[in-house]
Design a protein around this ligand. Structure first.
Ligand SMILES: [Zn+2]
Length: 324
């Protein structure tokens, strides 16, 4: 009789041990969204969130249906007696969604002046996916402030980093918000080639990019925008002095407006930024106030005209464009 333990049927390899240790170490409770009295564990990526089943079911018909099925009660990391739901979303996205849903201080995200694009993006994508309409609507309201469909809002818009226009295109197409597309594509067309092609990194490490179809559209639209800008350069030589200008105070508006464009003007015009403001660089006092005002009004009218034609210039049709 031997007291030696029976040999294992299959010796464990170092790789197996290392893999299991990594998996166990990788799964962790979220520091912010783990409530000890929670009623369900949501697992996303390598993070677990302990939150409230009834609240999620009340806000989201998708979660409600999901919870209607029996859930396993064997979490891999630290055992609890709670049902555990594995979600295919990233932990970063789920965290942003839960911050909006739960009565935590972070739920006042939208009382901030400007939420991050990443938070808005997560709330649009998951608000859409889990059918949480008020989250989707609130997040889209902020996206629309940055990519508006009326000219006055465009003049006062809040701007994200330019590359996030790629994310705005994707969000708009996900939920069918066509009104967001003109300004989002316009901004895409002002990106450098590398940014346009490679997009940007999301907080979860995935890369947000334009689809090949959208990328091709943006490249072709950029060409059309640059041609429109060539029209703008031509227009610059057509400004008229104010009808209230007497010219008697030495106002040089007629001469300045009629001056041929120089090399810097032409180079600045080789751009897709068809709605950019126009500068007027003349020495103080050389153009009278009435002519400066007339020039500003003509520039604004021209920009409004470009705005009205923006979908057409880009090569798309948008219903009710410019109606606010
Ligand atoms: Zn004048």
């Amino acid at each position: 009789m031997s007291s030696a333990p029976p040999p294992r049927k299959r010796p464990r390899t170092e790789d197996q041990d290392a893999e299991e240790t990594d998996n166990e170490a990788a799964v962790k409770r979220d520091e912010e969204l783990w409530f000890e009295d929670g009623t369900v564990v949501l697992a996303a990526g390598n993070v677990e969130f302990c939150v409230y089943k009834g609240l999620l079911a009340d806000r989201s018909p998708v979660f409600k249906d999901m919870f209607a099925f029996p859930q396993p009660r064997s979490p891999p990391a630290e055992p609890t007696d709670l049902p555990r739901v594995n979600l295919p979303d990233s932990a970063e996205d789920i965290r942003e969604l839960l911050r909006m849903l739960l009565p935590d201080k972070q739920s006042r995200l939208y009382s901030r002046k400007q939420p991050s694009f990443h938070a808005l993006s997560a709330c649009v994508r998951l608000g859409h996916k889990y059918q949480i309409d008020h989250i989707l609507d609130e997040a889209m309201a902020f996206i629309r402030k940055a990519y508006p469909k009326d000219f006055p809002s465009y003049l006062e818009r809040t701007v994200f980093s330019e590359e996030y226009a790629i994310g705005a295109v994707n969000l708009a197409q996900l939920i069918g918000a066509c009104d967001v597309l003109p300004v989002a594509f316009l901004d895409c067309c002002t990106l450098f080639g590398t940014d346009l092609v490679w997009g940007f990194l999301r907080p979860d490490g995935t890369r947000e990019m334009l689809s090949p179809r959208n990328l091709a559209f943006a490249i072709e639209a950029k060409d059309r925008l640059m041609r429109e800008n060539a029209r703008r350069l031509h227009r610059m030589t057509k400004f008229k002095p104010s009808s209230k200008c007497s010219g008697g105070d030495g106002c040089l508006a007629a001469e300045v407006f009629a001056m041929p464009l120089d090399e810097d003007d032409w180079q600045a015009g080789l751009s897709a930024r068809v709605l950019a403001p126009w500068g007027l660089s003349v020495p103080d006092g050389k153009i009278c106030d009435a002519c400066v005002k007339a020039w500003e009004e003509q520039v604004l009218a021209y920009r409004q005209d470009v705005w009205n034609r923006l979908p057409q210039i880009l090569g798309m049709v948008v219903d009710d464009w410019g109606t606010g």
